[in-house]
Design a binder for this molecule. Structure first.
Ligand SMILES: [Zn+2]
Length: 301
């Protein structure tokens, strides 16, 4: 059976109802004043009514389920939002905007716009620190170097390679941070609970950064000593890099944080943890609320 047999991929009303049940599991909540008691559905299918329009008798204002979400003011049918979210959630190495454009029958510009909004939905909410007392955390960096074939030379192109730091709790949450020329230690202060047991490679930047720190020395061909290794992150970086090179053909630095959110999201909702593609899609949809995007479209990409 095709994954797209689900009514939310085919029928606009079903798509809206599915979104409403995720955003408001216990019934509509006014997006303007938070009221739940006196919210009514605006009946009738007159042209003057947007489908799914709700009215709040407390603050006398109208809204739909997309108001205050990353889908706000988009003219794209919700069925297509569901499909694009499903495709991004179920493709291990990501899916290009060109592919989304062909599969959904939308323009490339629209597909690009959609995928970036969905990545925004995949981002974690307010973030606490990774790790804690009794928790083992792997930390490692990776560099997104340009291929020597496409790398331009000369002083104008002497930009440093982009460095990403990832932290993962063993059996728990993974988080990736674009370092943007800043050092690892500053990022650790922001994202890492130093009461953890930290495991890293032999890099000196991690020395003294946690109550307990153990490392393996890759330069001496030591990759694992008992449970001291960074294999979880090696595996994650491998998928991330294959995705960025193979699927996305690199990206502008300003968008890198969103691609990182996408790969982090899939890792944190892995199928091996029993999260199905559909369940992962629903989890992504839960993140559509309260996200702000400041760019308008691919023109400024
Ligand atoms: Zn209200």
């Amino acid at each position: 059976m095709s994954a797209f047999n689900d009514p939310m991929f085919k029928d606009e009303t079903a798509a809206r109802e599915a979104l409403e049940s995720i955003r408001w599991p216990t019934g509509p909540v006014c997006v303007h004043c938070g009221a739940t008691e006196h919210v009514v559905r605006v009946a009738g299918e007159k042209q003057s009514h947007r489908p799914g329009l709700l009215y709040c008798n407390d603050c006398k204002s109208q809204f739909t389920v997309t108001v205050g979400t990353v889908f706000e003011r988009s003219k794209i049918p919700l069925t297509k939002w569901w499909m694009a979210t499903f495709l991004l959630c179920s493709s291990k190495k990501g899916i290009s905007s060109h592919q989304i454009s062909r599969t959904l029958g939308v323009t490339y510009k629209t597909a690009w716009f959609m995928t970036h909004r969905i990545r925004e939905a995949m981002k974690d909410g307010p973030m606490g620190l990774i790790g804690g007392p009794g928790v083992t955390v792997e930390a490692d960096e990776t560099v997104m170097a340009k291929s020597p074939k496409t790398r331009k030379t000369g002083p104008l192109h002497a930009k440093p390679d982009r460095q990403v730091l990832s932290l993962v709790e063993r059996g728990g949450t993974l988080r990736s941070v674009y370092l943007d020329g800043k050092d690892v230690r500053g990022a650790l202060v922001k994202h890492f609970d130093d009461r953890s047991r930290l495991v890293t490679d032999g890099s000196t930047v991690y020395k003294g950064q946690a109550d307990q720190h153990e490392s393996v020395d890759h330069s001496k061909f030591e990759w694992a000593r008992g449970d001291v290794h960074t294999n979880t992150l090696e595996g994650f970086f491998s998928i991330f890099k294959r995705g960025m090179v193979g699927t996305y053909q690199h990206c502008k630095t300003g968008h890198l944080h969103r691609y990182l959110a996408e790969f982090d999201f899939r890792f944190n909702n892995l199928s091996k943890l029993g999260v199905s593609d559909r369940a992962r899609t629903v989890i992504a949809m839960k993140g559509i609320e309260g996200k702000r995007l400041t760019y308008r479209g691919p023109d400024k990409a």
